[in-house]
Design a protein around this ligand. Structure first.
Ligand code: ZN
Length: 248
């Protein structure tokens, strides 16, 4: 069983110097991280995680740590050491957001649904518009659902996305996950998923010309009437405000 990097994130948080108004919130986050580490250790020992449903074990062998799924955590995303196109505003190759979530049409979605991965490409021209963001990790990491919803596309697209999943989160919000190497057993069109639920492992299936990564897209619109993913409006995950419950 593989344990993710959640405990090492404490060190990153210690480096991050939030403004005074955020200190209480950061303290809470630290407490939650500590609780989460304990929870995973307990899980490893055969115990029951202290927060039911907060950690998710993948049938493909990945454990997505509960701290990552805690809604109030900040995002501390590393930008990969490789050349990165369209990096979002960052501080010494770290993207620090008050929340790991972004709010779109009242739906809170994870902006980086690949625990432990770094960013290899942001949203924007390269020179053609890159309508998503790319995440990479070695070894390849789990890809998780960005928010609760229903799987509305599930299949293989050799011409572009390879193993490809689209989740409908309601309110005209959709997320798409491309180039997956493998998908979790039991997933299919029509299946309901929860935020943080493992979907598969990142890969390079389809027309991916680069190495193993996740191409992640957030789109808005109405897939039923648009009848094509490509006719929905792409959204820059890093342009979204934080989770809806906080920023509403
Ligand atoms: Zn991409």
């Amino acid at each position: 069983m593989k344990i993710t990097h959640q405990c090492s994130e404490r060190a990153l948080t210690a480096v991050f110097k939030p403004p005074a108004s955020h200190r209480h919130w950061i303290r809470l986050s630290l407490l939650m991280m500590l609780a989460g580490c304990a929870s995973v250790a307990e899980h490893e020992a055969g115990g029951v995680p202290s927060r039911a449903g907060a950690s998710a074990e993948s049938a493909l062998g990945n454990v997505v740590a509960s701290p990552y799924l805690a809604e109030s955590l900040p995002l501390q995303l590393m930008i990969c050491k490789t050349q990165v196109s369209n990096p979002p505003a960052n501080e010494r190759r770290r993207v620090l957001r008050r929340s790991a979530l972004g709010c779109l049409n009242g739906v809170s979605v994870l902006v980086a649904p690949a625990p432990g991965a770094c960013l290899t490409s942001g949203y924007g021209p390269r020179p053609r518009l890159h309508k998503g963001v790319d995440y990479q990790s070695r070894p390849a990491s789990a890809v998780v659902a960005a928010a609760a919803g229903t799987v509305v596309e599930f299949g293989f697209r050799q011409q572009d996305f390879g193993h490809w999943i689209v989740i409908d989160h309601g309110s005209g919000v959709y997320t798409g996950y491309a180039h997956l190497d493998r998908t979790e057993p039991g997933l299919a069109k029509g299946v309901r998923v929860t935020r943080g639920q493992p979907l598969g492992i990142m890969g390079k299936t389809g027309n991916s010309t680069s190495s193993v990564h996740l191409h992640y897209e957030i789109r808005r619109g109405n897939l039923a009437t648009a009848r094509s993913w490509f006719r929905l409006d792409p959204v820059d995950p890093f342009a979204l405000p934080g989770r809806c419950e906080v920023d509403a």
